[in-house]
Design a protein around this ligand. Structure first.
Ligand code: UDP
Ligand code: MG
Length: 315
């Protein structure tokens, strides 16, 4: 019989003192049913409420509970990263939100998919009760743009509630970029995926800690981290503008030279030439963007490739 596998549950916590005990007891009833060695890693992301005290109490009475206490609020992406680093030795890592929006009751399903061979098990929320229209709209536009720009196959509505195999976590640890989006990096890495759907509840307690401002920053970060497209846009715009105005200019000139008529005012002429020059400037910007793009990819310093496993039978 092989040894018992270890599974870590990573929970980022930011001002969640009202849901921590509820989450814990729901996790406990699931863990009790499944034959694994469990570990709960709570990352306290600079909470200003009683979250840390709650977590400390749990850690004192239950040796499965580990708490990483951040010196300040670093954001969910970093909190998840810290949790993933901490869980490196486990056979699988499950990330779950503390606010009970991710039903822990799904964990057995995630594990089943993992045991069937998936290396990343992704949950998709099919419906969010009471989510404001602006948020839904924003998230749709975001996924559409991301897919277009990054070329990575991102599925809409996937959440951070996921299971990762040890191999994936080990690879993840090698990524060094600072402005990061956790699941973006995970999606970039590939690996065998499997999807599970669930219906999301509205937040059980408190306010969504991600303000629109934070969401916006996250979105911008993931654009710049996964695509150089915005940078190149200026260049393409320049090409477009210069082509149109250049053609117009030639047309004006041709009219004059061929038919010997000059029907354009000097102002019209100036505008066309000016527009042409603006196009040139934009193209130059696009050119700069190409160089910046190269610097950008060097700086984020992703590992060049990620190997799932190495096989050699004759060493
Ligand atoms: N969170 C965190 N740091 C932050 C913001 C949020 O660790 O700066 C945690 C939060 O406690 C929760 C999870 O990340 O466990 C998701 O946060 P939230 O519910 O606000 O985001 P949403 O559900 O809108 O994705
Ligand atoms: Mg939430």
């Amino acid at each position: 019989m092989d040894t018992v596998k270890k599974i870590s549950i990573v929970v980022p916590v930011f001002n969640e003192d009202r849901s921590i005990t509820k989450l814990y007891s729901r996790l406990e009833s699931i863990a009790a049913e499944l034959p694994f060695q469990w570990e709960y890693i709570f990352v306290n992301d600079g909470s200003s409420d009683n979250s840390f005290m709650e977590l400390k109490n749990l850690a004192m009475k239950d040796r499965k509970v580990k708490v990483l206490d951040f010196s300040r609020n670093f954001g969910k992406e970093i909190a998840l990263t810290a949790g993933a680093h901490e869980s490196q030795e486990s056979d699988a890592t499950i990330c779950i939100d503390a606010d009970l929006q991710h039903p822990p009751e799904l964990i057995p399903t995630l594990i089943k998919k993992w045991e069937e061979g998936a290396e990343v098990v992704v949950t998709i929320r099919t419906e969010i009760a009471k989510q404001p229209l602006l948020r839904r709209l924003g998230s749709n536009i975001y996924y559409w743009l991301m897919r277009k720009m990054s070329g990575i196959d991102l599925k809409a509505k996937t959440t951070d509630f996921r299971l990762y195999d040890k191999k994936v976590i080990k690879a993840f640890v090698r990524t060094t970029e600072r402005e990061r989006m956790f699941r973006g990096i995970m999606d970039w890495m590939g690996f065998r995926r499997s999807y599970v759907e669930f219906k999301a509840d509205a937040r059980a307690e408190g306010e969504a800690a991600y303000s629109y401002g934070k969401l916006w920053r996250l979105a911008v970060n993931s654009f710049t981290a996964f695509s150089l497209w915005p940078l190149r846009l200026a260049g393409y715009l320049g090409v477009f503008i210069s082509t149109i105005s250049g053609l117009l200019f030639i047309w004006m000139l041709a009219n004059y030279l061929v038919f010997n008529i000059w029907i354009y005012t000097p102002l019209a002429m100036t505008v066309v030439i000016n527009t042409f020059l603006i196009g040139i400037v934009l193209m130059a910007l696009g050119l700069v963007a190409l160089y910046v793009g190269i610097i950008h990819t060097e700086v984020i310093n992703r590992p060049l490739y990620i190997v799932r496993q190495k096989i050699s039978y004759h060493e």
